[in-house]
Design a binder for this molecule. Sequence first.
Ligand code: NAD
Ligand code: IPM
Ligand code: MN
Length: 361
Amino acid sequence: MADFSILALGGDGIGPEVLAAALDVTEVASGLAGIRLDIAEDLLHGAAWEAHGTFCREETVTAARAADAVLVGAVGGPEWDDIRVPGGPEMQDGLMRLRKALDAYAGLRPARAWPELGRFTPFRAGLAERADIMVLREMTGGVMFASPRGQERRAGRRYGFDTAAYDEGEIARIAHSGFRLARTRKGRLVSADKANVMESYKLWRAVVTEVAAEYPDVTLTHMYADNCAFQMMRTPLSFDVVMGCNLIGDFLSDLAAVVSGSLGLLPSACLCGSPGGRVKGIYEPVHGSAPDIAGQGIANPAGTILSVAMMFEHSLALPAVARRIEAAVERALVSGHLTPDLGGTATTRGFADAVTAELRA
Ligand code: NAD
Ligand code: IPM
Ligand code: MN
């Protein structure tokens, strides 16, 4: 009888490659910790479309709900972008469907600087070496999920529209996650919005301010998202937790990767509850399916491996295993096992082997 059950979904492009590498690390880490995992694999998004004519089967949703955690490689590709199926946005994208079905609303997307990789960042010495930014992204609402949306003809012209909308409950629960996260870190929370021009963000700012009253120990700063992006690159060390809606959080989490040196290094957790204790979640790297390098075995699997560490921490409540995986990734990077995105020649498999060797050492 396994201690935990995991559903693993490779997805498309480099997704299956980085997932396979991360599963090797998962197996070694759990073996060393004396934990038995039951890992089931399935298809998601393009791969599911090709096999089943849907981006995410109902069976996959059921298995995801039953599992302790879901691991995802990456999804997407131009060949599936214009396929329309009946239903809302969650039916057009397998990953969005899973996030919605599991109510995995709290997206933790940490970006840290690796001092030894500073040469792969555009920062001059001293500006970002110790940067440690946690982007908290709302994952199940906002303009990416709201209706009405569509395309039609208006006054003879093509017209496309997506509605940005949040209700106060959706904002309050992500705000609580933000304040709780900040408490476990440096106690600073930046909330990024566009409350200067948009109604949904005026409500966002008002609700975040109300929730702040319960967390007097956390310093809250509201920033307009455009200025926030500028400040994050100007003074990355001044940031701790940066919280934003689904769309702003998507942009800011890729932006934060600049302090790390490669998008391939960033992990994420989409938690089905506030962080703290044991909570179910979907774990995936921040990057996409990278069609430009798919099939070559050279994708950086570090982001997916670090997502496994986040899974051990948040869904399996085994933070010691998480720390061991993170330390092994750090040693593999520092000892020069670098994939081409970091100027090296390591393969996806070679990097995973270096991490498992470090785990066993
Ligand atoms: P991308 O993140 O796939 O790639 C952006 C750039 O970063 C590319 O040059 C790519 O080669 C590089 N890169 C990304 N991950 C890397 C890794 N692990 N190692 C080395 N280099 C890496 O973004 P994109 O090209 O805009 O999107 C490609 C597809 O991925 C699209 O279909 C998009 O919808 C999808 N996407 C999926 C996710 C996800 O599954 N969570 C996230 C973002 C984009
Ligand atoms: C991400 C991706 C996804 C998103 C896409 C593939 C649906 O960009 O995970 O950051 O926008 O959430
Ligand atoms: Mn993204």
